[in-house]
Ligand binder design. Structure first.
Ligand SMILES: [Zn+2]
Length: 1012
């Protein structure tokens, strides 16, 4: 799956993603009063008050809270007339309603997006929280020696979350009859299996399915099915042993509701161009939701073949993993589509089916028919995805020496979809924003689509063909898919400039992995509960995984990495692996055993090393330690890594051939260089996953070298120095003055990678000071930024730009300039916006400038309103998303959005994006934390505990706190959740981050006062 496309790295709002300074302090230290302020009054109003008659009381609450926050609320006394707003036509009954009075009087009526989210969640179709449904089955229950009770009171014959290994499914025959009117479905699953060990029971998964009939072997012999709901298991017991080698058939008939969350077999809808609501049904099974669509052995190692039949009404199409084999007209007039049986064994989480009215475009690539499906009105936005997928399919077929094994490959844009995309074999599903892009869109927009397509296609080999045995080794899927996504694009689409993106990804992975709450990419501790499984889908698994593969690749002689991977795919095609299998495959192609030893130190330990360099003439001493940001001095680890330390020196420093390698295996080692060497730069191109400290003298000589000749180091190496020095300052190893010393060279910098990194780091510091209301420092920081980068910002062109790298740089520079209020920037942005609206949106804004233009426009009330209109009318997904971010970026705490997610204007899938964008704002982040606390139960009905959206929501709402009061409050809130989320790793991360923020403020405020 691809979970990391909520935002792309960009400045200033999103650049925080790539920063070591992700955590920022709160707006104000509210001290003791804050507990009053943080009573969730305002958000209660936002949820319940609007559109109801109790508004006045609640509004007063809101106002008093607001006063405490020092906010002024205009227009609060207006009446609520549901018919007067242009934005509530789509709103569901009882949804919020907006006043026309203030529009008429002030001409402004702005809505807080939070409110719409609140409404949407409040009025969600009647979902009730169940333990089984929301994936927190007995997360902390220790293994009981006795068996639990089934639903019917009888003993359930199994007492572990993992299934017994005595039975193996061979083939599933699935028949599904969805009803898109009643939003229900019935199904029949016929499972052929073999018995591996004598056993008296068959245990498998089933969740929220009402099993109506079960037969064993002969279809006339009914058997009793026991169910243990907390673990989503069902079982059939037999009086006599089933014998080893025996072949059995279990047939289960069942009925269920189509899910209204984003997993299982779920219903989704969209409004077509006439405004009519169209419904569809699609699936999302990874990691553990296949069991919600059909009873199955829902663990990745239980691979089997599948034959799928789906009944539909005429007017719909159905899709599944395999090509359609035949269609039969049933007596009822409905049609039954039958798909070919899969020719390959696959894990249950990769099964997929869709019932919708989509249309497609197609192309043949070797023996595979590639198609891109979308809702009919977006057909014209599918061409880029088809081109990209075709090119990449050819690339992977060739590179991996194994052809994609299916005859067709569908890429489908689903109107409401939670992850970025999902790699179901032969039927890859995407968010519309991850797949659809107009041909006229900017290369930067296309880069995002190419990224997701490349990731999912790589999974067809790494994940689908060879699958990790269990979720603790998820990095074997996701680390590889992430690695290949960049590598394949760098080869096939060099103009997309992915090497800069990949560098940012390495920095981002470090930002998470330097916390105590991080985990090894290959987890040896327990990953058992649904929550623990969900939490594996994080930045460490994806991005650190990919970074380690890059380090491995650049350590091996040319061609060996590829050879080893081809061996790995060939050895394990159709089956499952653990991390050790990867190292063994490498050894089989002649890679030294020491490389496997090296990689174990990286995959089995969390964190990464700091290498400290000290030099005495020709003797260079390297010392390693765990780079751990910790507020707690007691947290020392003795972790050691085998570090492939690379370096260049002043006589040969930028060409790849200059690179030398030294493996640091121990705590300390000495490297000998010639006395005449003036300086050394370690971690060439930043392909190693470690940070380097050069000591005072080492830094000084490097800074001198850069000031003399900027090109003495590659742009990646310059970015690497900037990243490292900020990280060291965060660790307390260098002063902020040293950071500023290095940045002095950057006035002559023009390259994207170093500038992006510098601006991202500075913006973090800026925002940190801003939130702390350190107005004097904020002003001086601005002067500093203008002094170093103002000229570059002003010299940016606002016309079309072809180079992706230039686009990235320009959007980063301008987004920072405009958000800090540089007149030149805001004038240009506003002018472009007005041209766009005045020309009825025919005068296009260059894609890379859309976000800065929209966000600048959104700061004006009137333009905010016109943006809202543009949001509901535009069909261009990439543009739409940027408008949404702009809408959410309003600094206006009294603005209230009443569009209502369920009203069809803003989709629930965008909640994490809206929350993170709002959290960036001064006032917004106060509101969203309240919102999250108030609506926690409703949020986790939509987004499972532990899932990436939840990780994102927790991070964006808490990572800016820096006071003891907030620390305690966050702690209190999450521990009160108990099984509803208190055990999440992201909670540990949030608390750790707040502590580190406190420490950072204590340590750096005085320094900044002196040095800025
Ligand atoms: Zn993935």
């Amino acid at each position: 799956a691809d979970t990391f496309h909520f935002t792309r790295a960009s400045l200033p709002r999103n650049m925080i993603e790539n920063s070591m300074f992700e955590e920022e302090p709160d707006v104000v230290d509210l001290d003791k009063d804050s507990t009053v302020v943080y009573e969730p009054r305002s958000s209660r109003l936002l949820v319940r008050g609007l559109g109801e008659n109790d508004l006045d009381d609640e509004e007063e609450d809101y106002e008093s809270s607001a006063r405490l926050l020092g906010m002024s609320f205009m227009n609060r006394s207006s009446t609520h007339n549901p018919s007067s707003s242009p934005y509530n036509r789509q709103a569901p009954p009882r949804s919020c309603s907006c006043s026309s009075a203030r529009m008429l009087v002030v001409g402004v009526f702005i809505l807080v997006l939070v409110a719409s989210m609140a409404m949407a969640l409040y009025f969600l179709p009647g979902c009730t929280f169940t333990k089984a449904g929301c994936g927190k089955a007995n997360s902390s229950t220790p293994m009981e020696p006795s068996y639990p009770n089934s639903t019917n009171g009888e003993l359930f014959p199994w007492n572990e979350l993992r299934l017994p290994a005595s039975v193996r499914p061979v083939n599933y025959d699935l028949s599904l009859t969805p009803n898109l009117t009643s939003m229900t479905f019935t199904g029949r699953t016929v499972i052929n299996m073999t018995i591996l060990h004598d056993t008296k029971r068959i245990v498998l998964h089933s969740s929220e399915l009402n099993i109506t009939k079960a037969t064993f072997q002969d279809k006339s012999v009914e058997v009793k099915v026991l169910e243990y709901k907390p673990w989503q298991q069902i079982a059939v017991s037999f009086p006599e042993d089933l014998k080893v080698g025996q072949v059995c058939v279990l047939t289960l008939d069942y009925a269920a509701n189509l899910s209204h969350t984003y997993d299982g077999f779920y219903n989704s809808s969209y409004n077509d161009k006439t405004g009519a609501k169209r419904v569809l049904a699609a699936t999302q099974f990874e990691p553990q939701a296949a069991r919600k669509a059909f009873p199955c052995f829902d663990e990745p190692a239980f691979k089997a073949t599948f034959l799928v039949r789906i009944t539909r009404e005429p007017g719909y199409i159905t899709l599944s993993n395999m090509p359609q084999a035949k269609t039969t007209t049933l007596p009822s007039g409905l049609l039954e589509d039958e798909f070919e049986q899969t020719g390959v064994n696959m894990s249950t989480y990769l099964v997929a089916f869709i019932v919708a009215n989509f249309t497609s475009i197609t192309r043949n690539v070797s023996n595979t028919l590639v198609s891109v499906y979308s809702v009919p009105e977006k057909k014209e936005h599918t061409h880029y995805a088809l081109d990209t997928a075709s090119t990449l399919l050819h690339f992977y077929n060739t590179f991996f020496h194994i052809d994609y094994p299916l005859r067709k490959l569908d890429l489908v844009a689903i109107p409401d979809f939670l992850a970025g995309a999902m790699e179901n074999w032969g039927l890859i599903t995407f968010r519309e924003t991850s797949l659809l892009v107009g041909n006229q869109s900017s290369p930067l927009d296309k880069q995002l689509i190419a990224n997701v397509v490349a990731h999912e296609l790589a999974h067809q080999w790494f994940g689908n063909l060879v699958t990790m045995r269990w979720w603790n080794d998820l990095w074997l899927n996701e680390g590889f898919a992430t690695y290949w996504q960049y590598t394949s694009l760098m080869t096939e689409f060099p103009q997309l400039d992915l090497d800069n993106v990949f560098l940012g990804v390495r920095f981002k992975a470090m930002a998470k992995d330097c916390l105590n709450s991080s985990h090894p990419v290959s987890v040896s501790s327990q990953v058992t509960t649904p929550e623990q499984v969900s939490e594996m889908f994080d930045s460490v698994t994806y991005e650190k995984g990919a970074s380690l593969l890059l380090m491995l690749k650049t350590t091996l002689p040319d061609g060996q990495f590829r050879k080893g991977l081809i061996k790995y795919l060939d050895n394990y095609r159709g089956s499952n692996t653990v991390t050790e299998d990867l190292w063994n495959s490498l050894t089989q192609v002649g890679v030294q055993e020491s490389v496997s030893d090296m990689m174990r130190t990286w995959t089995l330990q969390n964190g990464f090393p700091l290498v400290t360099v000290s030099r005495m003439g020709g003797h260079v001493t390297l010392t390693q330690e765990h780079f751990l940001l910790s507020a707690d001095n007691a947290t020392h680890t003795s972790n050691l890594w085998h570090i492939p330390v690379t370096y260049v020196n002043d006589s040969c420093s930028s060409a790849p051939s200059c690179r030398q390698i030294f493996t640091l295996r121990n705590k300390t080692a000495t490297l000998n260089v010639s006395d005449s060497v003036k300086w050394l730069k370690f971690n060439y191109m930043n392909t190693g996953f470690y940070i380097v400290h050069y000591g005072d003298e080492g830094w000084a000589t490097l800074i001198d070298a850069l000031k003399t000749d900027i090109n003495t180091l590659t742009p990646h190496d310059r970015a690497s120095l900037i990243h490292n020095i900020f990280a060291l300052s965060r660790l307390g190893r260098v002063s902020f003055r040293q950071v500023l010393n290095l940045l002095d060279y950057a006035t002559s910098e023009t390259e994207t990678a170093p500038l992006t990194e510098a601006l991202s780091q500075l913006s973090s510091v800026y925002r940190l000071l801003d939130k702390r209301q350190e107005q004097r420092l904020v002003a001086r920081m601005k002067v500093y930024i203008w002094g170093h980068f103002g000229q570059l910002m002003d010299s940016q062109d606002w016309g079309e730009e072809e180079s992706v790298s230039r686009q990235e740089l320009r959007s980063v520079l301008l987004e920072m300039a405009c958000s800090l209020g540089r007149q030149n920037c805001t004038d240009q942005a506003t002018a472009l916006y007005d041209q766009w609206t005045n020309s009825n949106q025919t005068k296009q804004i260059p894609g890379d400038l859309q976000r800065v233009v929209f966000s600048t426009a959104a700061q004006s009330d009137l333009r905010w309103l016109s943006l809202m209109e543009a949001y509901s009318s535009t069909t261009y997904d990439s543009e739409k998303r940027k408008i949404l971010q702009a809408l959410a970026s309003t600094q206006d705490p009294q603005s209230i959005v009443c569009t209502g997610l369920e009203g069809g204007i803003i989709q629930t899938q965008e909640l994490p994006l809206v929350i993170s964008t709002m959290s960036d704002g001064f006032a917004g982040h106060l509101l969203v934390w309240e919102f999250v606390k108030e609506n926690w139960d409703r949020i986790i009905e939509k987004f499972p505990v532990g899932s990436y959206p939840i990780q994102s929501i927790i991070k964006s709402t808490t990572s800016q706190f820096s006071t003891q009061t907030h620390l305690e409050e966050v702690q209190r809130f999450f521990s009160s959740l108990k099984e509803r989320g208190s055990q999440m790793r992201s909670v540990q991360e949030a608390l750790e981050t707040i502590r580190l923020n406190q420490l950072w403020m204590d340590r750096n405020l005085p320094t900044l006062r002196i040095w800025l």
